[in-house]
Design a protein around this ligand. Sequence first.
Ligand SMILES: Nc1ncnc2c1ncn2[C@@H]1O[C@H](COP(=O)(O)OP(=O)(O)OP(=O)(O)O)[C@@H](O)[C@H]1O
Ligand SMILES: [Mg+2]
Length: 591
Amino acid sequence: MRIWRTVVGKLWMTILLMVAFVLLILTVLLLKFFEDYHINQIKQDLSNTAQKISNIMEEHPSGQVGKEIALGVLDKNEKVMIVYNKKDIFYPTGAESYKGISYQSILKDKQLSQVFRGKKKVMKELTPPHSSSRNEYNHVIVTAVPLYAAGKEPGAVFVYQSLEALQETTQQTTKIILLAAGIAIVLTTGFAFFLSTRIGGPLHKMREAAFEVAKGRFDKKVPILTHDEIGELATAFNTMGRQLKFNMDALKQEKEQLRSILSSMADGVLTFNRDGTILIMNPPAETFLQHWYHVQGDQAKDAALPDGLSALLRKVVETEKEQTDEIEINGRFYVMIASPLYNQSHIRGVVTVIRDMTEERKLDKLRDDFIANVSHELRTPVAMLQGYSEAIIDDIAASEEEKKEFAKIIYDETLRIGRLVNELLDLARMEAGHFSFRIEPVPFKSFIERVTHKFNGIAKEKGIELLCEASDRDLVIEMDADRIEQVLTNLIDNALRHTAPNGYVKVKEEEVEDGVYIHVEDNGSGIPKEDLPFVFERFYKADKARTRGKSGTGLGLAIAKNIVEGHNGRIFVKSKTGEGTTFSFFLPKKA
Ligand SMILES: Nc1ncnc2c1ncn2[C@@H]1O[C@H](COP(=O)(O)OP(=O)(O)OP(=O)(O)O)[C@@H](O)[C@H]1O
Ligand SMILES: [Mg+2]
């Protein structure tokens, strides 16, 4: 940095200028004063000398003695010219002309010649003829005093002196003053360097520290070297740095806290400014937007936000009130709650909370479906109960046989209702976790064979081949035999019901290291691909017409799934329409 741009440089320059200025004025004034003083002094001396010589000459008219005495009275630089009768002129101090000034030039001068006309004393500064009038050190001061010699015409005594001697004095004075100025400049420079260490140094350090603080290094300290204002400034600076660090730490902590709250929230949080630019976004919100971008594909480039969301933001900014809306993106439901963010008086942005409501909506739908299905399943048997019992009451049945038949139907339907209710209860209990299994070791081979054997009659009736392929090893599985029988029964029953005559149903056992797989395979109608994910849901039936007889209530597989999972096992299905279905479930050896 250039020296005059520093504080010290400026101070130095100011002081230097001030000193120079003062010295200049002082020099001019002093010189003037000295000059005036000296000129006055000279004039005084000259007039005294002239008067004295005149007196002496008057007392000693004889001449020679007078001149001798007069010469004694003269100073070193003074010259004298004595004029008697305007004609007798004596030059006791030498030449007739002094610096070109002679008796002739004096006579020509109006003022000086007045001395011959009775004027007592005349004094004049004469400029020598061949020198410039501007250099006043060439001037000659002439004093004239009248001389009265007895009985003669008045004469005069001229004493004159050049101002040359004055020039020397002035030069001497100027030299002294210049010396003083030189000393002053050296002193100020020294002073400036003293200042630069006392002021410039600490200021420099403080400036560096301030830059450090600006870069975020708040623990930067300035050394406190003095106890003056600069020292106090350093103390204040350090305090400021400490306070800033404290505040920044507090802010950082708060921000960190907010961030961890935001990132650990299950709901998405998005903060926008007024024009809809995203300011803050937490991971769930990011997932939400990514899901939307993914669904949008290429069109996403046109809009940064889902339409519903941008409309909601606009509404919040317009109404300045909290707004709620729901949006569906590719089968997922999101609820958006947007509230205004205030900036003292006006809205500066909007904060939006986005909650994935898909599960809730699914549950709602499940509940609605469940009620609809239960009512549907109950309506038919109840209608039948009503119809047939009415028929009996109204004696529509003609014969005893017919009455019995009606009663049989009523009985079957009540059984059906009873079964439905029991199954529903079981399901509810299992799903709520209140169901307890009676686990005990069961010899597996005989168990499968027994259950399969139950269906031999039905299979034969339908013309279906029922096979059981159990391994010869005596495998023992810990399980609730009754419940697993329920699962297997349902799977075989389903397979038999959905297999045409001449088909086959195979029950296979496959032992693995930690458990056993049971496969129930058929070559029946199969299940449509799009229905496969739903077969284990309650009331699911592939037969959409829900024709009676072929299908049951649609609860069997849901119950089977709960039972198998209750044994820490799993159940799954493979199927192809027209080719057949294989239901498999796994049971661990130790439950
Ligand atoms: N082996 C199979 N072949 C073809 N479709 C099947 C087979 N097993 C099950 N399904 C389909 O899955 C549906 C659900 O079976 P699930 O056992 O849960 O109910 P259900 O047999 O109709 O009634 P429930 O077992 O309660 O008497 C059946 O209605 C049927 O459409
Ligand atoms: Mg079934």
